[in-house]
Design a protein around this ligand. Structure first.
Ligand SMILES: *Cc1c(COP(=O)(O)O)cnc(C)c1O
Length: 414
């Protein structure tokens, strides 16, 4: 690269900035984390060293074996030169039957992220008010801001759970749209049936309620978690429940999410703005094959929930050793209904996450002000989780040795 090339890219980047909508220019970057191959290369990790990929809440056990079969058939079918079915007819029929809703009330997306964006594009204008929680799922904040909306973020309670009272009060003020994550990503807390009933009662009819249930299949195993489709029957205002094939169904790489809307008219509106072929053929076939094998999904979910409780117990035991000055003294673990845990380390999490990367463990440190001591770790296989705990113990005890007088020594924990 010579200097005239650099000068012209500088000029064109200023031009680009002036051409871009201010709402787009001002957005924060989405914190998508590093791909495993990049981590391996950057930290010179040998190919035989297994990585624990615990940053993106993926399913470590994979999709139904039926998925591989239909993808192989599709590859050989000659169908890939054709556009996919723009209406996802077969998948729509299967999910509609499974959930006992009319097929016209379903909308499909290239992941449920696609649907989050679509909802913002269809419903939000500059100045509209949107409600969600803090810390937020990044896109619940980014997409409304892209449309010029203002996002109000509600704080958690001290116990790192939803503040039901604050939610009811804020909903009663009638925001244009509310993203209600249940359970929350990144925290994992969930509204139970009683809390959800109160939320719905507090929300005026002119607010569009978006229930993001990306972790529904995990949360269902938690006693008291509401079947929100049953509760929403009684609501007169518009609503949509979003679910995804990316988490419990093990298909994050293929990108399929769906929404169950309060009525077909909402779907018709979303269809006008939706990219017509937003769910590709492989994704539709794979999602249908996965949907038809619920036993596989349920077994993986049950396994993950058991492993989550085991990891939480292990971390709680570390935290309880924590006299002041002990390396794990500040550790707090938020209760989770999902396939991840949100930890407050009691110290900045970014350097810890960085040191974990060098040990082949990928987690997600939080960057939002107020949460820079927190990180989210997805529940992996038993081996992944063990690697995480061992690497965390090494990193935290070494960091303490390096910064505090040596008398505190190492954590003596099994
Ligand atoms: C993972 C996730 C999604 C989106 O997943 P897709 O892969 O786009 O279907 C949406 N909302 C929340 C809260 C999530 O955690």
């Amino acid at each position: 690269m010579n200097s005239s090339f650099n000068a012209s890219t500088q000029a064109s980047s200023e031009l680009l900035m002036s051409l871009a909508r201010p709402q787009a220019r001002g957005l924060p970057d989405y914190n998508a984390g590093l791909a495993p191959a990049v981590v391996r290369q950057r930290y010179h990790l040998p190919p035989e060293q297994p990585l624990a990929c615990l940053a993106s809440n993926e399913n470590p056990f994979g999709a139904s074996p039926a998925v591989a079969r239909v993808l192989a058939e599709l590859a050989l079918s000659g169908e890939l030169s054709r556009y996919p079915d723009a209406r996802c007819t077969a998948l729509r029929a299967a999910i509609a039957a499974g959930l006992s809703v009319a097929p016209e009330r379903l909308v499909f997306g290239n992941g449920s992220e696609d649907l989050l964006k679509l909802l913002c594009e269809v419903f939000l204008q500059p100045g509209d008010r949107v409600l969600t929680q803090r810390p937020a799922f990044g896109l619940h904040e980014i997409y409304p801001r892209l449309m010029g909306a203002e996002v109000e973020l509600l704080d958690l309670t001290e116990a790192m759970t939803f503040d039901v009272e604050a939610w009811c009060t804020a909903l009663a003020r009638g925001p244009k749209l509310a993203f209600v994550p249940n359970p929350s990503n990144p925290v994992g807390c969930a509204f139970d049936r009683a809390a959800m009933t109160r939320l719905l009662a507090a929300t005026p009819a002119h607010t569009l309620l978006v229930l993001d249930e990306a972790y529904y299949e995990y949360a269902r195993l938690k006693p008291g978690y509401p079947e929100v489709l049953e509760l929403l029957h009684a609501r007169s205002g518009p609503w949509i429940v979003l679910r995804t094939f990316s988490k419990a169904w093990g298909l994050a790489g293929l990108r399929v999410g769906y929404g169950v809307a309060s009525d077909a008219a909402m779907v018709a509106l979303l269809d006008k703005v939706r990219s017509p072929f937003n769910v590709n053929h492989a994704a539709q076939s794979a999602a249908l094959a996965a949907w038809n094998d619920p036993a596989h999904m349920q077994a993986n979910v049950a396994r993950t929930v058991r492993l989550r409780e085991a990891l939480a117990a292990r971390l709680r035991a570390l935290a309880q050793l924590g006299q002041p000055g002990h390396p794990f003294a500040g550790l707090r673990i938020a209760p989770s209904a999902a396939n991840f845990l949100f930890l407050d380390l009691g110290q900045p999490s970014a350097p810890v996450a960085e040191a974990l990367l060098a040990r082949g463990v990928i987690v997600k440190p939080w960057k939002e002000p107020g949460f820079t001591h927190c990180l989210r770790v997805s529940i992996g296989s038993e081996d992944d989780n063990l690697r995480f705990v061992q690497a965390l113990m090494q990193v935290i005890t070494q960091a303490l040795d390096a910064t505090v007088e040596p008398t505190h020594g190492h954590a003596q924990v099994a």
